[in-house]
Ligand binder design. Structure first.
Ligand SMILES: NC(=O)c1ccc[n+]([C@@H]2O[C@H](COP(=O)([O-])OP(=O)(O)OC[C@H]3O[C@@H](n4cnc5c(N)ncnc54)[C@H](O)[C@@H]3O)[C@@H](O)[C@H]2O)c1
Length: 250
């Protein structure tokens, strides 16, 4: 998968799945804008990866920050070939425990953040002849599970967001697809699975429910994202790919 000289904007790029994707894209020749709130991690990654990596601190759910970011990207690179909407806020709570503020925060980061980045990337993506927007969904966007109501709802919404946006952007040659991970060993995952105080048991329980009998690794997701970013997927739009060890095939 050749991403030579593509300009790619990767949100949540300082950690986990986003970081693995940043590393893979750089390896495949792209110039990458690492968008994240975590300045320490983002700056360290920029310093490590060299001149094709550029860290930009922004909150993807804040319209003014997103607009300023794409203005800065326009000044630096002129175009955007790939937008990877990946930053999200994960919340594990029941309906009863979820406050209105919780609900709004999940929707603001996980849905409005994706909308804002797509909206303000669009003028820059229209300048490229092969734009691709990729969104991180989740297995929990297609199956239900308890204690994760707001997050699951947001992830289901991303699939519909991508389908509708794919139709709207097809005339411009811009494709929109979703990568849906299952449990993937990232800092967010480890924190979430440690909530009960027994990480090993929680992971073992999860792995036993996956036909391929292992957790996902960030690089598993990064390969799928790189495929959707590349010309090898040029006839694919409006779809979601389950990268879930077979979980949702059951
Ligand atoms: N890890 C899993 O098991 C799993 C499973 C399914 C889906 N996902 C999805 O994968 C994506 C990445 O998750 P991860 O596990 O790599 O998480 P992570 O916490 O390791 O990385 C997420 C990054 O996003 C950044 N971020 C969060 N909110 C932001 C905001 N408002 N603006 C800018 N940056 C922000 C964080 O600072 C962090 O660096 C998310 O969309 C998540 O919902 C993860």
């Amino acid at each position: 998968m050749n991403l030579n000289n593509y300009v790619a904007v990767i949100t949540g790029g300082a950690s986990g799945i986003g970081e693995a994707t940043v590393r893979l894209f750089i390896e495949r020749g792209a110039k990458v804008v690492i968008v994240d709130l975590n300045e320490e991690r983002g700056s360290a990654l920029e310093a490590e990866l060299g001149e094709r990596a550029w860290f930009y601190k922004a909150d993807v759910s804040d319209s003014a920050q997103v607009q300023a970011m794409f203005q800065a990207i326009e000044e630096k690179y002129g175009v955007v070939d790939v937008l990877y909407n990946n930053a999200a806020y994960s919340l594990s709570k029941t309906l009863w425990d979820t406050t209105e503020e919780d609900w709004d925060r999940v929707m603001r980061v996980n849905l409005k953040g994706y909308f804002l980045c797509a909206k303000y990337a669009l003028p820059l993506m229209k300048k490229s002849s092969h734009g691709s927007i990729i969104c991180t969904g989740s297995e929990l966007g297609v199956v239900g599970c308890v204690e994760s109501l707001a997050y699951n709802t947001s992830k289901g919404g991303i699939i519909q967001f991508a389908k509708s946006l794919a139709l709207e952007l097809a005339p411009f040659g811009i494709r929109v697809n979703v990568v849906c991970p299952s449990g993937t060993e990232t800092p967010a995952f480890i924190k979430d699975m440690s909530r009960t105080g027994n990480y090993e048991a929680e992971v073992a329980r999860l792995i036993s429910s996956y036909p391929l009998k292992r957790l996902g690794q960030p690089i598993d997701m990064a390969y799928a994202v790189a495929f959707f970013a590349s010309e090898e997927s040029s006839f694919i739009t409006g779809t979601h790919l389950m990268v879930d060890g077979g979980y949702t095939a059951q």
